[in-house]
Design a protein around this ligand. Sequence first.
Ligand SMILES: N[C@@H](CCC(=O)N[C@@H](CS)C(=O)NCC(=O)O)C(=O)O
Length: 216
Amino acid sequence: MLKFYYHPLSPLARRVWLVLLEKKLSFEPIVVNLSQGEQLKPQFLKLSPFHHIPVIVDDGFRVIESLAIIDYLEQKYPDISLLPKDPQILAKVKMAQMVTNSELGSQIIPLIMEDANSAKRSPARRQLKRICQFLTELLADHLYFGEQQFTLGDVVTGNGLILANRLGFFLDSFPQLENYCQRLMLREPWQQVQPSKEQLENWQEFLKNLISNRPR
Ligand SMILES: N[C@@H](CCC(=O)N[C@@H](CS)C(=O)NCC(=O)O)C(=O)O
């Protein structure tokens, strides 16, 4: 059976978790306890040389990197398809995914590290507003970034927006995105993977310590 190495509070592992659930695949979940440094143990480093989760092992084939994993799952298990065929719609899905990965991803750290009212959050807020403006235009009046179809773009972007919102970047100035996140949260897999408020706060504390104590 497909093995899924993850931690329930890791947002990048959550991308893969959501795809496994949305595609209704059977898998063996294996928690890697990051707070106890399990990702640094030699056994795990053989699987994941950069000591990161998520990792999957499918029929003995190992894949690291959340985006590579979800693309692999889409190709290998196409029954519930999470990518559109139309080139323009596919380009929109990929733009949402990549803008989230490269632009939004880097703004999550300041939201974790700085208190909600700190001025140090201002540059991140400005950049997040630019990103949300772009995503609003891309979504337009469609249900999803793949227009009528729920796709990998929603897994990556929805997951990122919901996290930013829960970390205090509220979406009230972007009502289309706010409605979009609420629509995603009606889906059963999304309810299943969301951490509680307390779990999220603990994870935030854990990451603050990890990042502050990282060797430079
Ligand atoms: N680019 C990787 C990054 C994965 C990543 O940063 N994972 C974090 C958890 S969200 C992790 O495993 N951190 C543990 C560590 O760095 O020791 C991906 O998208 O899969």
